[in-house]
Write a protein that binds this ligand. Structure first.
Ligand code: CDP
Ligand code: CDP
Length: 224
């Protein structure tokens, strides 16, 4: 049976990684979290202990060694063999990552890497430019959105459950600022592909969203 490529894009907190992971599990496909790859580079930049410039990022892009592995259904992220899965989720990384993701040399390296990762099909890949740039010929493209209030609330809930003390208003401002940077950058901005299926998850549960994606996959598989 054909193994599909499924691209899921959208702003922060729309539910991309949650539903992409579940859909991949159901289909027995590989889930690829491209945001984690950009976060890994932002983490590396922070290790330099000085303000990050585009030149620093281009330098890191030239010797990129990111590995995504899968342990108990969860993605683990390694850079130069150091496990940084938890470290890439800190507020410092979240604040820097959209700036890092604007650097053309890095985006070029990521594009090649991510295309290779999806080369055999059987993948659900989520990010910002997957349907538009990385996998323009994906079998299924989803553009996932939700209101900014709901997305901030979800992130707040997630961080609070993990024991972090976070301010909801600050989180909303950080997400809005990252969305703006992602939407306005010159290369591969966050935009829906013209052939993407739009799903607003503000009032849609995780299970219902996954069901819609699986129904699309079933439809595609029925006609190949
Ligand atoms: O999980 P969350 O929505 O907070 O973000 P993420 O998917 O981990 O992505 C972090 C950042 O990486 C985004 O805000 C973008 O700046 C960048 N990114 C990108 O530019 N292109 C992608 N394909 C994926 C992420
Ligand atoms: O990957 P992205 O930034 O788009 O979002 P996520 O990390 O998958 O989801 C952010 C949070 O929202 C997670 O804690 C999800 O469990 C939650 N969520 C939700 O409550 N309802 C949805 N329909 C989708 C996600």
């Amino acid at each position: 049976m054909k193994r599909l490529t499924i691209a899921i894009d959208g702003p922060a907190g729309a539910g991309k990684s949650t539903v992409a992971k579940l859909a991949a599990q159901e289909l027995k496909y590989t889930y690829i979290d491209t945001g984690a790859m950009y976060r890994a580079v932002a983490w590396q930049a922070l290790q330099q202990g000085k303000e990050t410039t585009a030149k620093d990022i281009a330098g890191l892009a030239n010797k990129l060694d990111i590995k995504l592995t899968y342990v108990d259904g969860k993605t683990r992220v390694k850079v130069d063999d150091q496990d940084i899965t938890e470290a890439i989720r800190t507020p410092e990384v979240s604040r820097l990552v959209a700036k890092v993701a604007q650097v053309p040399e890095l985006r070029q390296v990521m594009l090649t890497l991510q295309r290779n990762m999806a080369g055999q099909g059987g993948v659900v890949m989520d990010g910002r430019d997957i349907g538009t740039h990385v996998l323009p010929n994906a079998d299924i493209k989803i553009f996932l959105t939700a209101s900014i209030k709901e997305r901030a609330r979800r992130r707040w809930q997630e961080l609070t459950d993990q024991g972090h003390a976070v301010d909801l208003a600050e989180l909303e401002a950080e997400i809005a600022s990252r969305d703006k940077a992602d939407c306005e950058r010159e290369i591969a901005p966050l935009v829906a592909a013209s052939d993407a299926v739009h799903l607003d998850t503000t009032q849609l549960s995780i299970a219902d969203t996954v069901e819609k994606i699986l129904a699309l996959a079933k439809g595609k598989l029925a006609c190949v």
